[in-house]
Design a protein around this ligand. Structure first.
Ligand SMILES: Cc1cc2nc3c(=O)[nH]c(=O)nc-3n(C[C@H](O)[C@H](O)[C@H](O)COP(=O)(O)OP(=O)(O)OC[C@H]3O[C@@H](n4cnc5c(N)ncnc54)[C@H](O)[C@@H]3O)c2cc1C
Length: 353
C-alpha cells in the first residue's frame, strides 16, 4: 500500500480483515503530519454527504451509498475492537432562498420515494436551534443517515487496529515502482533495500501521478487547496448535526467548538483573504451568531482532482497494480467503497487462478 491517507488506511485495514498481509509505505505512515499544509485526509472536515447527493443513479451515487453503509458497519466494528470512531449522524442543508428551497423540496420527495429518511425542518425548528433569522428562512432539508466523523480519529483507528492485526508500517517516500516478472519492486527514498510484492496499491494522493507516469500511465491531477477554521463559540452551537449553507460546512464539535470550511482554491497556494468572507458567510447562516466567535485554529490541505476523468480514479492499470486516488472533495466519504473495490479486484484475481 502506497500512502497513509484515509483511502490507503481504509484499504489496508479491509485487506487485513480479509486475512491478507499488508505493508504500508508513506512518509507519514506513523501518523499524519499536522503542519500548516496537510494531506487531504488530515485537513478534511469528514462530512459524509451521500443521500443528499444531487443525482440518484450512476457510479457516483452507487459509490456514495455503498460507502455510507460501510462506514456505519465499520464504525460499529472499530468501536467493538476498542478503537472508537464517533459518528455524528444527520446533515442539515439550509437553502439561501426560495429557489434553492424548491430544489431541495424536490430532492426530498425523490429521496423519500426511495425510502430514505429525509425530512423537512420548519423555520420555527431552525430558529429554536439558533439557525433561523426571524422566520425569513424557509426551513431546511434534514438527512438522518448522512453525517460526519473526524478523519484523524478514523485514520488513527484504522492504524491502531491494523497494527494489532499485523500491519507493517514503513515511514518512507516511494520514489519508483519497478515491474518484475512476478509482481513489483517498490523503491523507497531512504530504504537500503527495495520491497518485493505481488500487488501494489497506489493511494498516494497528488503524488500518484508522478509515480505512475514513468510506467506509461498518464493520470494528471490538479491540486485544489482547502482552508478551514476552528472557532470557539459562546454559547456553543445548539444544532445537533453539521449544517451546509451555500456550500460551506459548519460542523459542531463535541468540545463546543465549531469547524468551518472549506475553501476551494485551484493550485497549492492559500489565499488568506478568503478566510474572512468564509467566516462572514457562516455568521450570515447563523443570523449574526458568530460575531463574537474567536478563531482558535486555521489549517489547510490539498485535494487531488483528476483532469479529464471523473473522480475518483479506481483502476487496475496492469496486473498487480491498482490506483485509488483523485477523490477530490469526497475522499473521506468514499474511502470504504474504494477499499471494497480494491479488495474485490485482488480477491477476484486470486479466485481466477
Ligand atoms: C480542507 C479540506 C476539507 C475536506 N473535507 C472533506 C469532507 O468533509 N468530506 C470528505 O469526504 N472529503 C473531504 N475532503 C476531501 C478529502 O480530504 C480527500 O478526498 C481525501 O482525503 C483523499 O484521501 P487520500 O487518502 O486519497 O489522499 P491524501 O489524504 O492526500 O493522502 C495521500 C497520502 O500519500 C502519501 N504520499 C505522498 N507522496 C508519497 C510517496 N511518494 N510515497 C508514499 N506515500 C506518499 C501522503 O503522505 C499521504 O499519506 C476535504 C479536503 C480538504 C483539503
Amino acid at each position: 500500500m502506497i500512502g497513509a491517507g484515509i483511502v490507503a488506511l481504509a484499504t489496508a485495514w479491509l485487506l487485513q480483515c480479509r486475512g491478507h498481509r499488508v505493508r504500508l509505505i508513506a512518509p507519514d505512515a506513523d501518523g499524519p503530519d499536522l503542519q500548516e499544509c496537510r494531506s487531504g485526509s488530515a485537513a478534511a472536515l469528514g462530512v459524509l454527504m451521500a443521500q443528499v447527493f444531487r443525482r440518484s443513479r450512476g457510479r457516483a451515487w452507487r459509490l456514495r451509498q455503498t460507502s455510507l453503509s460501510l462506514w456505519t458497519q465499520w464504525c460499529q466494528e472499530l468501536n467493538g475492537r476498542g478503537c472508537p470512531v464517533p459518528f455524528q449522524a444527520g446533515l442539515l442543508l439550509v437553502p439561501r432562498d426560495e429557489g434553492e428551497a424548491e430544489r431541495l423540496r424536490l430532492l426530498l420527495m425523490e429521496r423519500q420515494a426511495l425510502g430514505l429518511p429525509l425530512s423537512w425542518w420548519e423555520p420555527s425548528r431552525l430558529q429554536e436551534l439558533g439557525l433561523g433569522d426571524n422566520g425569513r428562512r424557509t426551513g431546511g432539508l434534514h438527512s438522518a443517515e448522512d453525517g460526519q466523523l473526524n478523519p484523524l480519529v478514523a485514520m488513527d483507528a484504522f492504524r491502531r487496529d491494523g497494527l494489532r492485526r499485523g500491519l507493517e508500517l514503513f515511514s518512507d517516500r516511494v520514489v519508483e515502482l519497478e515491474r518484475r516478472p512476478a509482481g513489483w519492486r517498490v523503491h523507497g527514498h531512504s530504504a537500503a533495500q527495495a520491497m518485493e510484492t505481488e500487488w501494489v496499491v497506489v493511494a498516494a494522493g497528488l503524488a500518484s501521478e508522478g509515480l505512475l507516469a514513468p510506467l506509461g500511465h498518464q493520470r494528471p491531477l490538479q491540486p485544489v487547496l482547502g482552508q478551514c477554521l476552528e472557532l470557539a463559540v459562546t454559547p456553543p452551537a445548539r444544532w445537533p448535526c453539521p449544517v451546509v449553507w451555500q456550500g460551506l460546512n459548519l460542523v459542531p464539535q463535541p468540545s463546543g467548538k465549531l469547524w468551518l470550511g472549506a475553501t476551494l482554491e485551484p493550485g497549492d497556494l492559500a489565499d488568506p483573504g478568503l478566510l474572512e468572507p468564509m467566516r462572514q458567510l457562516a455568521d450570515e447562516a447563523l443570523g449574526g451568531g458568530l460575531r463574537e466567535a474567536v478563531v482558535i485554529r486555521r489549517w489547510q490541505g490539498l485535494r487531488a482532482r483528476p483532469i479529464g476523468r471523473p473522480a475518483p480514479l479506481l483502476e487496475q492499470l496492469e496486473p498487480g497494480l491498482l490506483l485509488l486516488c483523485g477523490h477530490h472533495r469526497n475522499g473521506v466519504l468514499l474511502a470504504p467503497a474504494s477499499a471494497q473495490w480494491a479488495v474485490d479486484q485482488i480477491e477476484g484475481s486470486l479466485t481466477c487462478r
